[in-house]
Design a protein around this ligand. Structure first.
Ligand SMILES: *Cc1c(COP(=O)(O)O)cnc(C)c1O
Length: 390
């Protein structure tokens, strides 16, 4: 098989290329429209502020929220930190208990662990072997001193979609705030902060064909009005919730990226689901291959497999000229520990190590799925027969 000069990119859970239409929308805001949106006294400030406001409106409308409920951040990591630490600091006199899930991203787990060092108590709920959290179990974990529940919308390794509306309803019945990390879900599945009873929602541009370094936090302003303790202090931007000069080009890019994703969400998710199924059908009969995570309650562009008896690192190395993949989260792939998500499904270390995460995207084609499937079959066969991969 002829090898492509650049491997096929199937790591869209780590990041995505910026759509050329997004780049085009951003460019004038580096040069011509360079003003500071906080310069309220002149034209340059006004045109930058108008662009920021337009992006804010796009995001708010897409989430069924109000524009003043959107706080721009540097990405989902910062949005998660602001949501979790900001609520903890603002509500600690009402309680110091937080509930989250074992399979969350480190940008949720680490702020929670940090808060434990300050005297907060955190419950890390387990998941079933399909990766789903049980809502009854979550309900049982709520206490009188619980101030926040944080459950991700879609998992970044196994793509599993948590039952947001049921969790949100359960939280609101108990008067507990509900935060969701929607970094992987935004632009891929429907999100509605009213219907799903969401009080805080983190999102990022670079998983949805926007630029790196920009994201937002939705913060509910009525029924209930969520108070946040700022984590960055300074000029009082974003109604005092996040100081720092707004990064106009990136904000324009975030708005454009979401506008594009939402405009084609239904058809694009159907296309990606068909390609993902094509890849899975070409691999599922291999001995020892198993699907990780719920078979249908998952993102359409995600496939996560374990291959029993095969070393995951050797598999990735064997595939590296054909396809760019990872075995887990990009942020933990430098560590040698097995994936905490796959461990939470009940996997042994060996099976967790022997995993492949496929994240398909806007610029992939069905023919690429066939190439990747063939390369996987050949590499797995070679590793099984003891022939070193080239
Ligand atoms: C990528 C990701 C993050 C981090 O987002 P950044 O914008 O890169 O900081 C957080 N949570 C999840 C689920 C992610 O996939």
């Amino acid at each position: 098989m002829a090898q492509p000069s650049r491997p096929i990119y199937l790591d869209c859970h780590a990041t995505t290329p910026v759509d050329p239409q997004v780049v085009e929308a951003m460019l004038p805001f580096f040069t011509e429209h360079f003003g500071n949106p906080a310069s309220v006294g002149h034209f340059y400030g006004w045109e930058a502020e108008a662009a920021v406001q337009q992006a804010r409106n796009i995001i708010a409308t897409g989430l069924n929220a109000a524009p003043e409920e959107i706080v721009f951040t540097s990405g989902a990591t910062e949005a998660n930190n602001l949501a979790i630490k900001g609520v903890a600091e603002a509500y600690f006199s009402q309680g110091r208990h937080i509930v989250t899930v074992a399979t969350e991203h480190s940008a949720v787990l680490d702020p929670c662990r940090y808060l434990e060092t300050l005297g907060f108590e955190v419950t890390y709920l387990p998941v079933g072997s399909d990766g789903l959290v049980a809502v009854e179990e979550l309900a049982r974990s709520l206490r009188d001193d619980t101030i926040l529940v944080s459950v991700m919308a879609a998992n970044n390794e196994i793509g599993v979609l948590q039952p947001l509306a049921d969790i949100g309803q359960c939280c609101h019945e108990r008067g507990v705030l509900f935060h969701t990390d929607a970094a992987q879900a935004i632009g891929k599945i429907d999100l509605d902060v009213q219907a799903q009873h969401i009080d805080l929602l983190s999102l990022t541009a670079h998983k949805v064909y926007g630029p790196k370094g920009i994201g937002a936090l939705y913060v509910r302003q009525r029924q209930p009005r969520v108070t946040l303790a700022a984590q960055l202090h300074g000029g009082g931007h974003e109604r005092g919730r996040r100081s720092g000069t707004l990064y106009t080009p990136q904000i324009v890019g975030l708005g454009k990226a979401l506008e594009l994703a939402w405009a084609s969400q239904a058809s694009e998710q159907a296309r990606l689901g068909e390609m993902r199924d094509r890849l899975w059908q070409a691999l599922q009969d291999l001995p020892g291959v198993q699907l990780n995570g719920h078979p249908t309650q998952r993102l359409a562009h995600n496939l996560n497999l374990s291959v029993a008896g095969v070393d995951g690192q050797a598999l990735l190395l064997g595939l590296k000229n054909v396809v760019a993949l990872s075995s887990g989260a990009a942020c933990s792939s430098t560590s040698t520990a097995p994936s905490h998500v796959l461990k939470a499904l009940g996997h042994t270390d060996d099976l967790a190590y022997a995993s492949l995460r496929f994240g398909l995207g806007r610029f992939n084609t069905p023919a690429e799925m066939d190439q990747v499937a063939q390369a996987c079959r050949e590499t797995i066969a070679a590793l099984r027969s003891g022939v070193a991969a080239s």
